[in-house]
Design a protein around this ligand. Structure first.
Ligand SMILES: [Zn+2]
Ligand SMILES: [Zn+2]
Length: 215
């Protein structure tokens, strides 16, 4: 499987593309408000997106979702518990910057709702949806079992965890998600986070200071 990424926008959010091989259909995971950056990543590997999966509704992960959905005619998938965020990317930008820069930040007309435990079959890949509330109520991680690859969004980072001090965040909930949906995975599962470098479940289980009370 091809996994490629770029870190985009002010928040240096990792956008991932997944495909059985270069030159064919692909799944995009997360869409920061940088359509050019996402297009460049797709072009680099000659990929045609068939779906856009969103780990959660923060604008650094979905501000470009509407533009990508419209440009490529694909559906955007997100958990409905993040509707308060995904339906209002411009309000999120306004809260961050006091104003909205010109650009196409309108959300897609509709989202495809994700459910925890669901298996998605997209672009010839099988992805397991792991609902991991805590950073936001609708946060999801995506697990590709055949590859041992977890796309962890803002749930788990190398050496850290997602912040829970934003509206809708809850640390106890995040820790429960971590125990039940992330740390149940094998040590050799490779973690592809929403920010920063990759890691493995085993490395985080052993060394991540935020997880030590769970192990
Ligand atoms: Zn976030
Ligand atoms: Zn983020």
């Amino acid at each position: 499987m091809l996994i490629a990424s770029r870190s985009l926008w002010l928040a240096q959010t990792n956008t991932y593309v997944l495909a059985p091989e270069a030159g064919g259909p692909a799944v995009v995971i997360d869409a920061p408000p940088d359509l050019e950056g996402i297009s460049a990543l797709l072009t680099e590997h000659d990929l045609a997106p068939v779906a856009l999966l969103l780990t959660h509704g923060h604008v650094d992960h979905m501000g470009g979702a509407g533009a990508v959905a419209r440009q490529h005619g694909v559906r955007a998938y997100v958990h409905p518990d993040d509707d308060y965020l995904t339906l209002a990317p411009e309000r999120q930008l306004e809260m961050l910057f006091g104003s909205v820069q010109p650009g196409d930040f309108a959300p897609p007309d509709e989202f495809e709702p994700l459910r925890g435990g669901q298996t998605l079959h997209l672009a010839g890949l099988e992805l397991e949806v792991r609902w991991t509330p805590g950073h936001t109520p609708g946060h999801c991680c995506f697990f590709v079992k055949s590859e041992g690859a977890l796309f962890s969004g803002d749930q788990l980072f190398a050496g850290s965890i997602g912040r829970t001090d934003l509206p809708g965040g809850n640390l106890a909930t995040l820790m429960t998600s971590m125990r039940d949906e992330v740390l149940t995975l094998d040590d050799d599962v490779v973690v592809y986070p929403g920010h920063g470098p990759g890691t493995t479940v085993g490395t985080e289980r052993r060394t991540n200071p935020f997880l030590q009370e769970l192990t």
